[in-house]
Structure formats: structure tokens, C-alpha cells
Ligand binder design. Structure first.
Ligand SMILES: NC(=O)c1ccc[n+]([C@@H]2O[C@H](COP(=O)([O-])OP(=O)(O)OC[C@H]3O[C@@H](n4cnc5c(N)ncnc54)[C@H](O)[C@@H]3O)[C@@H](O)[C@H]2O)c1
Length: 367
């Protein structure tokens, strides 16, 4: 098997997670790390041989097979377009872009290049979610009535909490809806196998003025993105969904939940009990299916690396997603699909319509 060269662009929270996960993917070498701040030092910290401040220079010098875009959202389009023009496959962090217009340009460039394009919507690769999708496809839940849940964090619940995400020029028209809601929207569509076709949303900015530290003094900054988003959606299979996405929900660090209501049974997953899929029955005791290769759906078993009882969490979902994507670069069709730029564009269309709904107070159709 020919080895493939990976390069990670952006070495903040998620770039480091990409590097660590890639080091557990067979046949892949992380050859370069790019960051506008201290690239050499960050590369050394993560044990990557080359650090660059400019991704163009990195592509020229190291000729990677695939780049991972792990920078703020306002840079995704520029970097992806450059990579496709230079024959490099792309894995882009979510949200794919700041809006559907940017995402559409990225998809057009990806298709014209004939290269692999993927969005890191890693929740698909938790064994419990993989299992749920396969059970729904097999008809175990029956007709799907509804999907409920959300994504709750408290990382921006204080006035002094501030980073690039707060401002729409960096992150896009929405904050929580695209930053964390994107995970839930993709997960709901992935497990049910249906697409959101209509949306209604209410946005709330709990802390419209935040404080940033400038030379030891706290300065007021006006925020133009939402802290919480309450959404209701209609899926193309007739199911209805609702979810809450918040970054000011005290005490929740990174809690994603999904509850699927079916005519036969229901199913629930909570990222804080990541290995468990709860199955709900009317006429018999409920069941708790824990992650175990011997109990898993035949399509899910291959993405389980460790024996039951050993938790596979956030870094493992990244690993499994990258195994599928690098397999695709080698021409191997994944058993269960990773998110492509087509999925990323659809998601940006849903999110843009949620933003429009929050502004107009109306249900909006997603084209
Ligand atoms: N999949 C997930 O669960 C997940 C989690 C967190 C963040 N993300 C996504 O990852 C992306 C980055 O988020 P983060 O939390 O890691 O941000 P961050 O602020 O922690 O890190 C961003 C890094 O990119 C660098 N950078 C900025 N512009 C650059 C450029 N032009 N070239 C090279 N480096 C540049 C910054 O110096 C910084 O080190 C965002 O799109 C975010 O939505 C995804």
C-alpha cells in the first residue's frame, strides 16, 4: 500500500486533534503543519516534521495528497479552492463555510477537480450512531415520526468569554447554529437517512455585549451572532424534528443528544454516555445496547477498534472518519458514508434558511 501524505492547516484545538487521529491511521504520514502563529514550535509540539506559516508554500514544498482545513470558517473557501487547483484532496472542518454561497463555490471547484472532498462531521463515526443508522435502514424502528435533541455547551456563558466565532465576519451569519448545530443537523439526517426540507428558528443572544482584554483593560465588544438557537424542522420523509443549540447552557460542556421516535421502538443517544444506545419499547423492558463488536450491526462492527467496555470517543470518531476518507482517496468505497462537500453545502443551505426564519419569524423552505 503506497503511503499517503497528510498536511494539517490550523493548529488550534481541532488541528491538534486531527494530527493525533491521523497518527493512528495506517498508511498515512503527517508531513506538515501550517499555522500563522508559531508554526515551527507547534509542529515540534505535535511531532510533525515541517512547520509552515503559509499553506501555499507548504503545498509547493511538501506536495501532500490531502490537506485538513482546521482554520476559522472565513478561511475555508480560499484554502479549499487553492488545494483543488493544485491537485490536492481536501478534508474541511465544519461548518464548511460562512454561508451557502461560499459552500456552493467550493463544491463546484471540488467537482471540477475530480478530487476527494469531505467535511469532518465526525458524529457519524461513533459506533452508537452508526448502529442507529443501520437499524433505521433495516426498519427496526419502523416509520420515523420525529427527531429531538440538541447540542449544549457552556463555553461562552460568561461576558469575558470571547473568540473569533462571536463575529459574523469570521464565523458566518450564525454562530451556535453553524458551530454546533451543524453536528446535530448532520447527525439527524445521517441516522434517519432523510433530509431537512423546511425550517423554523428562533435565535437568542443572551450576552450581546462581551468584554475583551486589551492591554490589561476590559473593552466592550458588540456581538452579532446568537448564543442559543431553537429550531424546528420538517424532514422529507414526513418526520418532524426539534433541537436546541446553545453555548450559554451552564454546566453542559459538550453534550449532543438525539432521540428518534419510531412506530415500532424509539432510540436515544447522549454523547455523555457515548458507548450506549438506549432502545425504548412499549410492551417489554427497554434495552441498553453498549458498544461491542459482537453485538453490533455487521456494518458497524468494522468501525469498532477495541473490545466492549473500553470507551471509543471523540479522537476515535476522527480516526474512523479519516480511515474512510483516506480509503476513498485510495479508491475504496466506504461501508457507511462520510460527509462530502455535497452534504456540507446542503447543511449550509439549511443553516442559512434557519437564519432567515429567525429574522422573519416564518417557516422557510430549503431548496
Ligand atoms: N469537528 C469538531 O468537532 C470541531 C470542533 C472545534 C472546531 N471545529 C472547527 O475547526 C475550525 C477551527 O476551530 P478551532 O476551535 O480549532 O479554532 P482555534 O481558534 O482553536 O484554532 C484555529 C487555528 O488556525 C490558525 N489560523 C488562522 N488563520 C490561519 C490561516 N490562514 N492559515 C493557517 N492557520 C491559520 C490560528 O492561528 C489557530 O491556531 C473551525 O472551522 C471550527 O468550526 C470543529
Amino acid at each position: 500500500m503506497a503511503r499517503l501524505k497528510a498536511a494539517v492547516i490550523g493548529s488550534g484545538f481541532i488541528g491538534a486533534a486531527h494530527v493525533e487521529a491521523l497518527k493512528r491511521v495506517s498508511g498515512v504520514d503527517v508531513v506538515a503543519l501550517v499555522d500563522i502563529m508559531d508554526p515551527q514550535c507547534k509542529a515540534e509540539e505535535l511531532d510533525v516534521p515541517n512547520g509552515f506559516a503559509d499553506y501555499r508554500e507548504m503545498i509547493e514544498m511538501t506536495k501532500p495528497d490531502c490537506i485538513h482545513i482546521c482554520t476559522p470558517n472565513n478561511t475555508h473557501k480560499e484554502i479549499a479552492m487553492y488545494a483543488f487547483e493544485h491537485g490536492v484532496n481536501v478534508i474541511c472542518e465544519k461548518p464548511m463555510a460562512r454561508n451557502a454561497g461560499e459552500a456552493a463555490e467550493m463544491l463546484t471547484a471540488a467537482k471540477a477537480s475530480g478530487l476527494i472532498h469531505a467535511v469532518n462531521l465526525h458524529n457519524r463515526f461513533y459506533p452508537a450512531n452508526h448502529q442507529l443508522r443501520n437499524m433505521i435502514q433495516d426498519g427496526v424502528l419502523g416509520k420515523i415520526y420525529g427527531v429531538h435533541g440538541g447540542y449544549l455547551q457552556d463555553c461562552f456563558s460568561q461576558k469575558t468569554d470571547f473568540n473569533w466565532r462571536m463575529l459574523s465576519e469570521n464565523g458566518g451569519n450564525t454562530r451556535v447554529t453553524s458551530d454546533i448545530g451543524s453536528h446535530w443537523i448532520d447527525l439527524a439526517e445521517y441516522v434517519t437517512g432523510s433530509k431537512v426540507k423546511e425550517v423554523f428558528a428562533e435565535f437568542q443572544t443572551a450576552l450581546p455585549v462581551r468584554k475583551i482584554n486589551q492591554a490589561g483593560k476590559l473593552k466592550d465588544v458588540q456581538v452579532d451572532t446568537e448564543d442559543t438557537s431553537y429550531v424546528t424542522v420538517r424532514f422529507d420523509n414526513g418526520a418532524v424534528g426539534n433541537a436546541v443549540f446553545s453555548q450559554v447552557y451552564q454546566g453542559s460542556k459538550n453534550q449532543t443528544t438525539i432521540k428518534v421516535s419510531g412506530s415500532e421502538i424509539s432510540a436515544e443517544w447522549d454523547s455523555e454516555s457515548i458507548s450506549e444506545l438506549k432502545l425504548g419499547y412499549r410492551n417489554e423492558p427497554n434495552r441498553l445496547l453498549t458498544k461491542d463488536r459482537t453485538l453490533a450491526h455487521p456494518k458497524t462492527a468494522p468501525i469498532i477498534s477495541y473490545p466492549g467496555g473500553h470507551v471509543e470517543g471523540f479522537p476515535d470518531a476522527f480516526k474512523q472518519n479519516f480511515i474512510a476518507i483516506y480509503g476513498a482517496i485510495r479508491g475504496i468505497k466506504p461501508t457507511n458514508p462520510y460527509a462530502t462537500f455535497e452534504d456540507g453545502l446542503h447543511q449550509m443551505q439549511v443553516i442559512d434558511k434557519m437564519c432567515e426564519s429567525a429574522k422573519t419569524g416564518r417557516w422557510i423552505h430549503v431548496d
